[in-house]
Design a protein around this ligand. Structure first.
Ligand SMILES: *[C@@H]1O[C@H](CO)[C@@H](O)[C@H](O)[C@H]1NC(C)=O
Ligand SMILES: *[C@@H]1O[C@H](CO)[C@@H](O)[C@H](O)[C@H]1NC(C)=O
Ligand SMILES: *[C@@H]1O[C@H](CO)[C@@H](O)[C@H](O)[C@H]1NC(C)=O
Ligand SMILES: *[C@@H]1O[C@H](CO)[C@@H](O)[C@H](O)[C@H]1NC(C)=O
Ligand SMILES: *[C@@H]1O[C@H](CO)[C@@H](O)[C@H](O)[C@H]1NC(C)=O
Ligand SMILES: *[C@@H]1O[C@H](CO)[C@@H](O)[C@H](O)[C@H]1NC(C)=O
Ligand SMILES: *[C@@H]1O[C@H](CO)[C@@H](O)[C@H](O)[C@H]1NC(C)=O
Ligand SMILES: *[C@@H]1O[C@H](CO)[C@@H](O)[C@H](O)[C@H]1NC(C)=O
Ligand SMILES: *[C@@H]1O[C@H](CO)[C@@H](O)[C@H](O)[C@H]1NC(C)=O
Ligand SMILES: *[C@@H]1O[C@H](CO)[C@@H](O)[C@H](O)[C@H]1NC(C)=O
Ligand SMILES: CC(=O)N[C@H]1CO[C@H](CO)[C@@H](O)[C@@H]1O
Length: 863
């Protein structure tokens, strides 16, 4: 059956001939032929919501070339389809319209990373030769497709990242005796865990709602190499049979309710490299047998109730790079033998009851980048050997009873960016060598007994914050820098609390302070660390407060400043609530967003704990182009979010206000778009977990006095809909919302990319690009309507400004062409924000394909 057989002239005739030919060949089982297969695929493709341009080979005119179609692999001998691999084609469709009958010989079926939705047809159970079935990362929403149990040859089954619900019928897997890989991660499965998998090597059930105990016989699945049951509701013990899994390399049981002790049999799993038991209720001691895990690289037991001392056998786990035992009840001393863990990069023992001194042997762990021993009962001195840790970036020893002076060797930890020695009894003066810490961004020496002269050299390279309050320094220490110090007697408590915040690094050779803010503390020693006051199970009574670490005001001050939310302080109203401007006594201005939650029905669904975690994540977001979230407070059914306040207001205001034209020239507009791109790129690609903004509009982009863009309101939308998977409405603003939201209701980062595209177009056009967006949609499979495509760019741009020229013209063209790719209908064909941000920041701008005045939209889309 050569492709050449089918001439273009008489296709029907020849196809008929072929059909007869095939019928003659296969008289009894003539269900499938290349032609019926091709036709079935085409029928299916015609139901795709948005035909992928990369599937152009799937076409009537190409019927005779089935084996050369994209995403199709044929069996060499039968010339029939043996594999369909549509992974990451961003197809929006269902399986309901796919006729499986001609494909009963299929061995691999891969739809991972698309927008398939709806149920799985039972006919899939007829694919008896199937070895690989990958339906991961779609929007399938049925119960577990039981008929899969008929695909007896299945070795690989991935249903992860969908909306599957319900229990897993126990008998499903009894006959799937060849199954080696099973990934059900990130669905809504519930009920007991199945365990009848004779040949399974990879069991991944994380992020579901499985309950009950871990099956006792899990140890009999002897070939298991990885187990991931994280983030479920499993309870009871870790079964000791687990010790029989000699091939096990990866075990992740974090975020469950496991409450036994760690079985000593775990020490028999000698292949383990990764062990995660964080966030359970594990108790008892860390079994000394753990020392047998010589391959172990990652050991995380934090947030449990483990007691007793740290076993010295841990020294035998010489492959460890990551060790976290924080937030337990561990006591006794830190075993000096820990110094034998020479590969260690991350050591966290904070929030335990460890005592005695810090072993000087820690100085041998020269690969350490992170060392946190805070909130223990450590005493004595900080060993000078710490100066050997040249890679150390983060050193946190706060809240102990250390009572020596600060060793000058600390100045050799050249990589330090974060150093916290606060809340100890450290004495003596600050060693001058600390001025060698050129990367330091935060230095907290507050609440000690330090005295002596204050080495100003230290403060000046600091980019971030420097805390010295509650020591024995007095204002006199700062002589020569009188601006540094204001009279502390304003303070009601007169307790010499001094905070020095150095905001700007030194430029050039001058060692003169550029901007130094000195804030005097007026208040009692309110705890300024992220602080939770109280929480109840229902939202009405949910009183809680979380403030960013550096925040120096109290919520009461804010309430006072806005006269208990008097109307006259209201500066804006939005879908979620009102925004108030609070001018505090200290002169600081804060924007307060008040979200009225009590009338929303969604509230009971919010998991308060996860809500708080969310806030914590958001308060940690730091980026030049993102408004700082100082904290949050909840009272009487209202949530208050405290943000940085910017005088200039929103981009929308600048764009449409009276001064829009004069102030927002082309260079400024390009700068604004660039800043926004960087902000979103940071949220999507540098935050963990990534943050999707969900509501990017010109009103949520604020401008600094120099027109630097600052994205605001990030996370608000997510907070409001957190954990309510059955949304009754989609959060977002009309005119900026990605079209697929109407179809799938699942928010991805590509929704932000779309909104960014709209905002970028709007900034350049000086008006909302509504008509452009509509024409994109109505002709989704082709490019744009022709009349649009022939539109001249210069006519599209904001007519209130003179057309840009030279370099500025190039920049405007780049912004426009990127923005047009961002508003593509298919989410998959939109670029990532990382890509956009990088393109916009490239050192040289691409040159124009033709003179600026002749550029059409069509041409632009090809750039
Ligand atoms: C499939 O494509 C390859 C090269 O891409 C070509 O050599 C071959 O002839 C094509 N097969 C058919 C049946 O058209
Ligand atoms: C499957 O392949 C066999 C030959 O390997 C063939 O006889 C049979 O008809 C095929 N079945 C289908 C449904 O294509
Ligand atoms: C496919 O499976 C369904 C049920 O799973 C069955 O009713 C049907 O007869 C099967 N079709 C073929 C062609 O075997
Ligand atoms: C399953 O695979 C085996 C070996 O690969 C093969 O002999 C058998 O025919 C396959 N079973 C089915 C139903 O295709
Ligand atoms: C399981 O699926 C999730 C989600 O698709 C994926 O992130 C993870 O890497 C998969 N696990 C393995 C072991 O492949
Ligand atoms: C498993 O196979 C046996 C024997 O072939 C059959 O009787 C049983 O119904 C099958 N179970 C399932 C759940 O398919
Ligand atoms: C562990 O939890 C289970 C179920 O919640 C309970 O029955 C059991 O008593 C607990 N065991 C321990 C040691 O706390
Ligand atoms: C430390 O890290 C370096 C580079 O990552 C690596 O080559 C070295 O083996 C590690 N171990 C020690 C003990 O330095
Ligand atoms: C530090 O404390 C220990 C015991 O609490 C005491 O023996 C020692 O003298 C103290 N050292 C200094 C320098 O105060
Ligand atoms: C570190 O700082 C001290 C005092 O400021 C200085 O004498 C010394 O040369 C510095 N050492 C290095 C390696 O920079
Ligand atoms: C060395 C020194 O002056 N230490 C004093 C610091 O201040 C406390 C009281 O705040 C005194 O108790 C110390 O003697």
């Amino acid at each position: 059956m050569e492709g050449g057989l089918f001439s273009a002239h008489k296709p029907t005739y020849l196809l008929l001939l072929l059909h007869i030919f095939l019928l003659a060949l296969l008289p009894f089982k003539a269900i499938s032929s290349p032609k019926t297969q091709a036709e079935a695929l085409l029928t299916w493709k015609n139901t795709f919501y948005d035909a992928s341009p990369s599937l152009t080979s799937w076409s009537l005119t190409n019927l005779n070339n089935l084996c050369n179609w994209t995403a199709i692999v044929c069996d060499q001998s039968t010339k029939q389809v043996s594999q369909i691999d549509l992974s990451n084609f961003y197809v929006s469709a269902t399986l309901t319209h796919f006729n499986f009958a001609p494909f009963f010989n299929l061995t691999q079926f891969n739809l991972n990373g698309n927008y398939f939705e709806g149920p799985i047809p039972s006919a899939i159970g007829n694919l008896s030769k199937l070895t690989t079935l990958d339906l991961g990362n779609n929007f399938f929403d049925s119960e577990f497709p039981e008929f899969i149990s008929k695909c007896l040859n299945l070795t690989f089954l991935d249903l992860s990242g969908n909306l599957f619900t319900g229990q897993i019928p126990q008998q499903v897997f009894t006959n799937l005796s060849k199954l080696e890989y099973l990934n059900l991660t990130n669905n809504n499965f519930e009920g007991p865990l199945p365990s009848n998998f004779p040949k399974l090597k990879h069991l991944h059930f994380a992020q579901n709602n499985f309950g009950g105990p871990i099956p006792k016989d899990i140890g009999f699945i002897s070939g298991l190499q990885s187990i991931d049951l994280a983030s479920n509701s499993l309870e009871g013990p870790i079964p000791s049979s687990i010790g029989q899994l000699r091939e096990l390399k990866y075990l992740d049981l974090r975020k469950n309710y496991l409450n036994s002790s760690i079985p000593s049999e775990l020490g028999l799993c000698t292949s383990l490299t990764y062990l995660e038991l964080t966030s359970n209720h594990l108790e008892g001691k860390i079994p000394p047998s753990i020392g047998q895990l010589r391959e172990l690289q990652h050991l995380d037991l934090h947030l449990n109730s483990l007691a007793s001392s740290i076993p010295s056998e841990l020294r035998l786990c010489t492959s460890l790079t990551y060790l976290d035992l924080a937030h337990n009840h561990l006591e006794g001393k830190i075993p000096p033998s820990i110094g034998q863990l020479r590969e260690l990069q991350h050591l966290d023992l904070h929030m335990n009851s460890l005592d005695s001194s810090i072993p000087s042997e820690l100085g041998f762990c020269t690969n350490l980048t992170y060392l946190k021993l805070s909130s223990n009962h450590l005493e004595g001195k900080i060993p000078s050997s710490i100066g050997q840790l040249r890679e150390l970036q983060n050193l946190d020893l706060q809240m102990n009873s250390l009572n020596s002076s600060i060793p000058s060797e600390l100045g050799f930890c050249f990589s330090l960016t974060y150093l916290d020695l606060s809340r100890n009894q450290l004495s003596g003066s600050i060693p001058l060598t600390l001025s060698n810490l050129s990367h330091i961004q935060r230095l907290d020496l507050s609440n000690n007994n330090l005295n002596g002269s204050f080495p100003t050299e230290i403060a000046f390279p600091l980019l971030g914050n420097f805390y010295l309050f509650n020591n024995n320094f007095t204002c006199n220490t700062f002589v020569g820098n009188s601006d540094l110090c204001r009279d502390a007697r304003n303070s009601k408590k007169n307790n010499n609390e001094v905070i020095i915040g150095v905001l700007v690094p030194v430029c050039g050779l001058s060692v003169v302070a550029t901007t130094i803010a000195l804030i005097l503390m007026f208040h009692k020693k309110t705890k300024r660390v992220l602080k939770k006051i109280n929480s109840a199970q229902n939202f009405e009574n949910f009183e809680s407060m979380i403030l960013q670490e550096e925040v120096k005001f109290t919520f009461e001050e804010v309430v006072k400043a806005v006269d208990d939310f008097h109307e006259k302080y209201c500066i804006g109203k939005g879908g979620f609530g009102r925004v108030y401007k609070a001018e505090l006594l200290s002169g600081q201005v804060v924007a307060v967003k008040r979200l009225n939650m009590s009338d929303s029905n969604d509230i009971p669904a919010i998991n308060l704990q996860s809500f708080e975690n969310e806030i914590r994540t958001l308060t940690n977001v730091r980026h030049r182009n993102i408004i700082r979230l100082y904290g949050f407070c909840s009272r009487r059914g209202c949530i208050f979010l405290l943000y940085e306040y910017l005088e200039r207001g929103s981009l929308g205001k600048a764009l449409y206000g009276v001064d829009g034209v004069t102030e927002l020239g082309w260079a400024t507009r390009v700068k604004v778009v660039k800043g926004l791109a960087h902000a979103l790129s940071y949220l999507h690609h540098d935050c963990s977990p990534p943050i999707v903004h969900r509501d990017v509009t010109v009103n949520n982009v604020l401008l600094e006095s120099d027109f630097e863009a600052r994205l605001s309101d990030f996370g608000t939308a997510r907070l409001i809909s957190a954990n309510s998977s059955n949304w009754t409405h989609i959060v977002g603003s009309f005119g900026y919302m990605a079209p697929e939201l109407a179809l799938t209701m699942r928010v991805t980062d590509k929704c932000d990319v779309y909104s960014f595209g709209v905002v970028a177009l709007e900034v350049m056009m000086g008006r909302h690009p509504g008509d452009l967006l509509e024409s994109q949609l109505s002709e989704s499979s082709k490019s744009m309507k022709e009349d649009n495509a022939e539109l001249l760019l210069k006519d599209l741009l904001d007519q209130r400004l003179e057309a840009p020229s030279n370099e500025l013209a190039k920049a405007v063209v780049l912004v426009m062409s990127l923005a047009l790719t961002c508003i593509r209908t298919r989410p998959g064909s939109r670029p990532t924000m990382l890509y956009v941000a990088q393109k916009l920041s490239a050192h040289s701008l691409p040159s124009l394909p033709e003179p600026f005045v002749m550029l059409t939209i069509n041409k632009l889309m090809g750039i």
